[in-house]
Ligand binder design. Structure first.
Ligand code: PMP
Length: 289
């Protein structure tokens, strides 16, 4: 396996970082999770743009241009013969002193891993997934804005720990006002009377790239689809609930906090959108070869 590190491809055993990298010491950095389907990288420009926006928000200047980074992603896929896979693109603050001052770090570090991922068992896509609400509240937007896809995922990890101890694989986080924000690693949608709603980013949601694609697919189908402020009541009483993410794709939710959603298994709107999403993902993207 070859990893892109700094400015070149190296063997996996040589892909090592300094213990003084602020990505490790402080979770100071940003990242993207990207999918490749059928020899193409899906929505690559969108991921590169979001990475640069996250970097801008934390005052980190990427050490290479968007074009160079795009080429590096494709080179890494090619070097690993990835046709269908999952790409992790990371920018750390780089090596600095032990203090948290980011400006002691001279050069951000670029890491690209092209591998594969299976987030949830395939059976859950048919049966739907039970989720619970975590007691951990989503980061306040003026603390660490959830729109920044940062390396600081402890907020999400703490919520995920709660989910696992409750016997489920995913959970919902509410924002400090008590509105639904998102899942620990996915965005959330409800379907009510054939309209789709997902929490606005100001409620504590990442501007998910799958979320944006689903909004567009739904509108192309003639469905009403947009951002809406949601409480848990809206989840409990929805006709359908589903989660979206690059790794998860589209997965139906069968239960929220013990309440069965609709009839339980993913409903017709979720299934239709999932099929359309799969068709789009397998037929578009930036060619690797
Ligand atoms: N929210 C969080 C917290 C995430 O980490 C992710 C990505 N795994 C998402 C939402 C979904 O975003 P995207 O569709 O861009 O992968």
């Amino acid at each position: 396996m070859k990893i892109f590190l700094q400015d070149k491809l190296v063997e996996k055993k040589d892909a090592v970082l300094s213990v003084f990298d602020h990505g490790l010491l402080y979770g100071d950095g940003v990242f993207e999770g990207i999918r490749a389907y059928n020899g193409r990288v899906f929505l690559l420009d969108e991921h590169i743009d979001r990475l640069f926006d996250s970097a801008q928000a934390i005052h980190l200047k990427p050490p290479m241009s968007k074009a160079r980074l795009t080429k590096a992603v494709l080179d890494t896929c090619r070097a690993n013969r990835v046709k269908d896979g999952y790409i992790r693109l990371i920018l750390t603050r780089g090596i600095g002193s032990l203090g948290l001052n980011p400006y002691t770090c001279k050069k951000p570090c670029v890491i690209i891993i092209a591998a594969s991922i299976q987030l949830y068992p395939q059976a859950l896509y048919k049966s739907g997934m039970a989720i619970v609400t975590a007691g951990t509240v989503r980061n306040h937007a003026e603390a660490v804005n959830p729109r920044i896809k940062s390396l600081n995922y402890l907020n999400n990890v703490l919520a995920k720990i709660e989910a696992i101890h409750a016997g489920v694989m995913e959970c919902i986080l509410l924002n400090p006002q008590g509105f639904v924000a998102e899942a620990s690693g996915d965005n959330i949608f409800i379907v009510k009377k054939n309209a789709l709603w997902t929490p606005p980013t100001w409620c504590g949601a990442l501007g998910g790239i799958t979320r944006n694609t689903v909004l567009k697919l739904a509108r192309d189908l003639g469905l009403e689809a947009g951002e809406g402020v949601l409480t848990r009541y809206d989840l409990y009483t929805a006709d359908e609930v589903f989660l979206t993410g690059t790794a998860a794709e589209i997965i139906g939710v069968s239960k929220v906090d013990g309440r069965t959603i609709g009839k339980g298994p993913p409903g017709p709107v979720t299934r239709d959108l999932a099929a359309r999403f799969t068709a789009l993902a397998r037929s578009t993207g930036t060619p690797i070869a």
